[in-house]
Design a protein. Structure first.
Length: 351
């Protein structure tokens, strides 16, 4: 089973009610957690023991959340104070259709299961139909409301034995090489750099004018653009893996990528805002859904070691050449070596 989150935008007629219920949910969780900490144990309780305006089903979920937070306190020794409004509904108390999401709220002191207009995609509905539904989390972001539904989707199994190595970079966002000899370059580094620079310039101008709201909106627009690029690239990579009979995709471990990645001062800002981790997550969940395993490898010297003889050389610009006669694009060299690398620490470490 693969755990995913389906994010659906909803359009409440009275967002103030959802905002109030979200604040009340957090208040109850914090209150119950504080009381349990004072007693030294979380007591047995039902919704009758909680004074709140929340629907009983939601109040019951707040009790479970408070107990979970209290258990974390026992392990960490610190009580987190939850501040951001949120509203959880368990899978027995919400329903999703192509145009609406219905869940219980309180209006004029009465609990009512209310249907809210929603925008769902065909992919969302396909996932929800075949998935095991979990909690639904209602959140507000920049004045927009979203239902985030956790689901578990059954994964396929593959009998293939091929391996794919993927090298991440700036000028070429990703290069993939498979054991069948297939090499593919993904993304457009120059375009990404241009878009980043364009948004940075706009932010500077808005900053001088002190238009903070416009800066936030611009940042959200840039993130959406980059997320869309990562979704497209990850889908192309997984499709290539399927076509080439790949059962394992190897990615470079990202712990120190911002320190070890090839860069220059002019690319530094671009590098630190590049969403390597997001791209890796998209590749992982898309691959797992079709039965392809994703693991991490140590990327040390993968761009310098010759795939033919093992000698270490530094590439000149985009070309890698070795004294043994081997030559190739330097990112292709990195992808070949990642494909051949053992998994990180010698263990089958999933990405």
């Amino acid at each position: 089973m693969q755990a995913l989150t389906v994010k659906i935008r909803i359009f409440p007629d009275q967002p103030a009610i959802l905002r109030q219920l979200g604040n009340e949910y957090i208040r109850i969780v914090n209150q119950l957690t504080e009381r349990a900490e004072q007693r030294g144990a979380f007591p047995k309780m039902t919704t009758k023991d909680v004074e709140t305006i929340l629907p009983s089903a939601v109040s019951n979920q707040a009790i479970r959340d408070a107990k979970s937070v209290f258990n974390k306190i026992q392990k960490l020794g610190v009580r987190p104070l939850l501040k951001k409004p949120v509203y959880f509904v368990n899978n027995q108390n919400y329903t999703v259709s192509e145009n609406t999401i219905a869940f219980p709220i309180v209006v004029d002191g009465k609990t009512k299961k209310t249907a809210f207009p929603a925008t769902t995609t065909s992919r969302d509905m396909d996932l929800l139909r075949k998935a095991k539904l979990g909690l639904m989390r209602m959140v507000e972001k920049s004045g927009k409301w979203y239902a985030q539904i956790s689901v578990e989707v059954p994964t396929s199994e593959t009998s293939h034995e091929g391996i794919m190595g993927i090298d991440f970079g700036l000028k070429v966002p990703a290069v993939a090489v498979t054991t069948t000899g297939k090499t593919r370059f993904f993304g457009n580094g120059r375009q990404n750099k241009y878009i980043r620079r364009k948004y940075q310039q706009r932010r500077r101008k808005l900053g001088k004018l002190k238009k903070l709201t416009a800066i936030r909106k611009l940042g959200n627009k840039e993130q959406r653009w980059m997320k869309d690029q990562n979704h497209k690239m990850s889908r192309q990579m997984v499709n290539t893996a399927i076509q080439e009979g790949v059962s394992v995709i190897k990615l470079e471990r990202l712990e120190n990528i911002r320190k070890t990645a090839r860069t220059s001062r002019k690319n530094a800002k671009n590098l630190h805002s590049w969403t390597f981790y997001q791209l890796q997550q998209f590749i992982t969940y898309k691959a797992n859904l079709v039965g392809i395993k994703v693991v991490e490898v140590n990327p040390a010297y993968t761009s310098q070691s010759c795939p033919a003889c093992g000698e270490k050389n530094k590439a000149k610009d985009r070309r890698y050449e070795c004294s043994c006669g081997f030559s190739a694009h330097r990112d292709r060299v990195g992808a070949i070596n990642i494909m051949r690398q053992p998994v990180a620490d010698g263990n089958s470490l999933s990405a």
